[in-house]
Design a protein around this ligand. Sequence first.
Ligand code: ATP
Length: 366
Amino acid sequence: MAEITLKGLAHSYLAAPSSPEDYAIREMNHVWHQGGAYALLGPSGCGKSTLLNIISGLLEPSSGDVLFDGERVNALPPEARNIAQVFQFPVVYDTMTVYDNLAFPLRNIGTPADKVRERVLEVADVLELTPQLGRKAKNLTADEKQKVSMGRGLVRDDVSAILFDEPLTVIDPQLKWKLRRKLKEIHQRFNITMVYVTHDQLEASTFADKIAVMYQGQVVQFGTPRELFETPNHTFVGYFIGSPGMNFLEVAARDGRVMAGELPLAVPEAVHAAVAGAGSASVKLGIRPEFVEVHAAPVEDAMEAVVEDVQDLGTYAILSLRLGDTPFKARIEEDETLPRDRAWLRFPLARLGLYVDEFRVEIPHE
Ligand SMILES: Nc1ncnc2c1ncn2[C@@H]1O[C@H](COP(=O)(O)OP(=O)(O)OP(=O)(O)O)[C@@H](O)[C@H]1O
């Protein structure tokens, strides 16, 4: 069991990196607390696997330290780090039985046979592999092999942490859902630090208590699924989390108003003051489609938008709008009046985010 600290960590695959773009991991500090269920979420190529491989010791970072319970482990090879890693594709010994595959990591560290048996049966039970225990791994389906691979990661109870690198990629969608719940159950039962890499927000939020969102080699936000949804710290988190993602309007303060291009926005004075004082050319206002107030007829202090499309999703609808020059989405519930070709929008102040150079800054309230 361990707390994992990443201190001033950076990594480049290039021999002589010269700009931030040359780094797969840009300098970061991060702590994974003992016993947490974490997800590392981000798009392809953002550095997730690189970060996991640095933690497990498969890769040496270009700079910075990896600490387990405060001890620097940079020089330790993977086998000395006491970390289990489950990869995207199954790692099993084809000629061994499922039982022997699961027993392997335990026998490797000299675990007594009765303890081996106890743990193998327990893990096989959780993963519903008991009927397959006597079968040779080569005769299993891809799903079953990956379950064995996961079982090999879970079988040791002395590991510092278990790292999962998109472990459900090869698993059939229905079973995926079930295995995610199993992993959560296993986490609760064994209280081991788990870091789960994925590019799927649903997978991340069903597994993890806290999610680290990675973008361009950096953790841009570390928070609960709710925090990521309600107060994204970075525009990327706004886009990436939620379906559809957050709306962003590029804004500037002009002639005493907040303008999105040529469109004056109906926003409170506090927003105007914050935009005017932002001190950057990159200023955006963000609001989630769920939080936009939509009216089917004109109301005071509202902005008129053109309705371009309505996607009816049963209990709610997603409106595709155009607000000035900006495409914009809004969600309305089935009991609300569906606007026809025009809609009038209001942005509740508590739901608006101000983003300067892509990072969220507070809007001082009056
Ligand atoms: N062995 C390598 N040599 C050179 N560049 C690499 C190597 N492995 C990864 N990279 C580069 O480092 C960056 C981060 O890759 P990484 O695999 O860590 O991302 P990822 O978020 O895990 O993506 P994916 O989900 O596609 O695996 C990418 O630009 C990738 O091309």
